[in-house]
Design a protein around this ligand. Structure first.
Ligand code: NAD
Length: 491
C-alpha cells in the first residue's frame, strides 16, 4: 500500500498513512487536514492521527525488530543510509517544491533543506568507516580493556514542522547507523515531507519493521515518549513541550535529549564591517521566514555605529519581497498556520509599546487575504526589557538595541533565558576571544549569520534551549549507543 495515495482529481488533497509493524496503515485517531500556508483554502493532505493503541502495536513490533537490526553488520546498515542520501539528493528539487508548498519556506531554502538531509545521511552512512571502540592496556600481564558501543534500544524521535526533513534526518540517520529501531512522531503540520523521507529509506532497502512513523499531535507524542518499551527519547520543539518531555523521561529514568527554543543575539561591534553585518543579520532574521530556532532575534549594536547600522538595516528590511514561497523572487513567505500568525501579531502589538519601528515590509492585499503572511519588521527597543527582549519570536521580526561598549553588549546578549546560537561582528581578535570565553550559547558565529549547519559538529543549545547531550557529529554516537567496558584476559 503506497504511503500517499494518488490524487484522483488535481485539486484533491493527498491521503497520508502512518507506518508501523512493517506496513502503511491509517491511525485510529482523529482525522486531520493540512493547508497550504500561502493559500489556506487549499487542503494539501489529510490523515488520521495515530492513537495510543497504534503506538503500542508499533513499539512492540520495533522491540521484535531490535536485535536482528542491531546484529546486522554496520557496513550493511550504512549502505542503506548512503542510498537514502543518494535518493534524497536526486529528488531534492521535487521534494523541495513540495516542502515549500507544505511548510512555506522559500523554494531555494526548501531545496537546500532536502540537500542538507541528504548530506546528513551521507555523513552517517560513512559511520562504518570510523573507529567502533577503544582499546586500553589493563593493569596486569595479559589484561586489556576494550570499550565498545552497543545500541541503546528502541528510540523515540519527536520532531517539529520547521525543518520537516532535516531535523528528522539528524535523529533517524544516527539512530539507525548505531543499530537502533526508531518510532518517529513527526509534526502534524508537515505529513507530506515525513512520507517522502520514509519512502526514500524504504526504497533504499531499510527493513520496513525497523522504522515506525506515527503522525499526530501532542497526545500521540506523549504516548510515544512514555511507552514502557521505549529506551531513549530525542525531542526537538518548543521549550514548554520539551520540559514536559524531559520531566516525564526523568521520572521514567529514560535517557532524553531535548533541543528547544531560541532567542538569539547578534553583537555588532564598533569596528565591524557594517554592510556585511547587516547582510548577515537579514539572512539570520528573515530566512526560513524567521521560523528557525537559530533565527537572529536581538541585535545589540555599539552606540558609536548604531545610527549607521539602523539606516542600513532599514533599507535592507524595506527591500524584502514578501510573496508565494514557490516563487524564486520571494524573500519571505507565509507563516505556517493561522495560530502562528495570530500569536506573532499579538506579540508585535505588545512589543511595540516599548519600541520604535526601524522598517516594515509590505504584504500585498491579495496575499494577506489568501495566506498567512506577515510583513517583515525591524524595531529598536528603548530598554532591554519586555516581550521582544525575553520571549522567543517565531517569525520575520528583528529587534535592535544600543550598547555603550562591547563588554556591555556581551552582558546584554547573555540576558536571556535561552542560549542556542549567537553571532559577533568584529575584526578584533581580543573581542572574538572575549565572545568565545563569555557568550553563553551552544553555537557561536563570527562575522556570519546565526546558524548551526554541519552534520559533523555538535548542534544544540545551553540554558532553556536544550537539555541532555547535543545532536549530530560525534555527539550523536554518545546518545544513540551505550558503552560497555570489557576486561579482557586471554593469557
Ligand atoms: P512544539 O513544541 O509545538 O512541537 C514539537 C513536536 O512535539 C511536535 O511533533 C508536537 O506534536 C510534539 N509535542 C508537542 N507537545 C508535546 C508533548 N507534551 N509531548 C510529546 N510531544 C509533544 O514545537 P513546534 O511548533 O513544532 O516547533 C517550533 C519550536 O521548535 C520553536 O520553539 C523552535 O525554537 C523549536 N525548535 C528548536 C530547534 C532546536 O534544535 N533547538 C530546532 C527547530 C525548532
Amino acid at each position: 500500500m503506497a504511503a500517499v495515495e494518488v490524487q484522483r482529481q488535481p485539486d484533491e488533497p493527498a491521503w497520508v498513512r502512518a507506518h508501523w509493524a512493517g506496513t502503511w496503515a491509517d491511525g485510529g485517531g482523529a482525522e486531520v487536514a493540512t493547508h497550504n500556508p500561502a493559500r489556506h483554502s487549499e487542503v494539501l493532505a489529510r490523515f488520521r492521527e495515530a492513537n495510543a493503541a497504534d503506538v503500542d502495536d508499533a513499539v512492540r513490533a520495533l522491540a521484535q525488530a531490535r536485535h536482528p537490526w542491531a546484529r546486522r553488520p554496520i557496513p550493511d546498515r550504512c549502505r542503506i543510509l548512503k542510498e537514502t542520501a543518494r535518493l534524497l539528493e536526486q529528488r531534492a528539487e521535487r521534494y523541495g517544491a513540495e516542502l515549500s508548498r507544505e511548510e512555506g519556506k522559500v523554494i531555494g531554502e526548501a531545496i537546500g533543506e532536502v540537500r542538507r538531509a541528504a548530506s546528513i545521511f551521507a555523513y552517517y552512512g560513512a559511520e562504518a568507516d570510523r573507529a567502533q571502540g577503544q582499546w586500553f592496556a589493563g593493569g596486569t600481564t595479559g589484561q586489556n580493556l576494550l570499550v565498545v558501543d552497543r545500541p541503546v534500544g528502541v528510540v523515540a524521535a519527536v520532531t517539529p514542522w520547521n525543518f520537516p526533513i532535516a531535523i528528522p534526518s539528524w535523529k533517524i540517520a544516527p539512530a539507525l547507523a548505531f543499530g537502533n529501531p526508531v518510532i518517529w512522531k513527526p509534526s502534524p503540520l508537515t505529513p507530506l515531507l515525513s512520507c517522502r523521507l520514509l519512502e526514500c529509506l524504504l526504497e533504499a532497502g531499510l527493513p520496513p519493521d525497523v522504522l515506525a512513523m506515527m503522525p499526530g499531535g501532542a497526545q500521540t507524542g506523549m504516548a510515544v515518549v512514555t511507552h514502557p518499551d521505549v529506551d531513549a527519547v530525542t525531542f526537538t520543539g518548543s521549550t514548554a513541550a520539551g520540559r514536559v518531555v524531559v520531566e516525564r523521561c526523568a521520572a521514567l529514568g529514560r535517557p532524553v535529549q531535548a533541543e528547544t527554543g531560541g532567542h538569539n543575539a547578534v553583537i555588532v561591534a564598533a569596528d565591524a564591517d557594517l554592510e556585511r553585518a547587516v547582510r548577515a543579520v537579514v539572512v539570520g532574521a528573515f530566512s526560513g521566514n524567521g521560523e528557525k530556532c537559530t533565527a537572529t532575534a536581538r541585535v545589540i549594536v555599539e552606540e558609536s555605529v548604531a545610527d549607521r547600522f539602523r539606516e542600513l538595516l532599514a533599507a535592507a528590511v524595506a527591500g524584502l519581497r514578501v510573496g508565494p514561497p514557490t516563487d524564486p523572487a520571494t524573500d519571505v513567505g507565509p507563516l505556517i498556520s493561522a495560530d502562528a500568525r495570530g500569536r506573532l501579531q499579538e506579540q508585535v502589538a505588545t512589543g511595540l509599546a516599548d519600541a520604535t519601528v526601524v522598517a516594515e515590509g509590505t504584504v500585498r492585499p491579495e496575499l494577506a487575504a489568501t495566506g498567512w503572511f506577515v510583513p517583515p519588521l525591524a524595531v529598536e527597543l528603548s530598554a532591554p526589557a519586555g516581550e521582544f527582549w525575553h520571549a522567543e519570536i517565531f517569525g520575520p521580526v528583528v529587534v535592535m538595541y544600543r550598547a555603550a561598549s562591547f563588554d556591555a553588549a556581551l552582558e546584554l546578549a547573555n540576558d536571556s533565558p535561552f542560549g542556542l546560537a549567537g553571532a559577533v561582528h568584529t575584526r578584533r581578535l581580543d573581542q572574538v576571544h572575549a565572545a568565545v570565553e563569555r557568550f553563553e550559547v551552544g553555537m557561536l558565529s563570527i562575522n556570519e549569520p546565526t546558524t548551526g549547519g554541519y552534520p559533523y559538529v555538535p548542534f544544540g543549545g545551553w540554558k532553556a534551549s536544550g537539555a541532555g547531550p547535543k545532536e549530530q557529529g560525534a555527539a550523536a554516537r554518545e546518545f544513540y549507543s551505550r558503552s560497555m567496558t570489557v576486561h579482557l584476559s586471554l593469557t
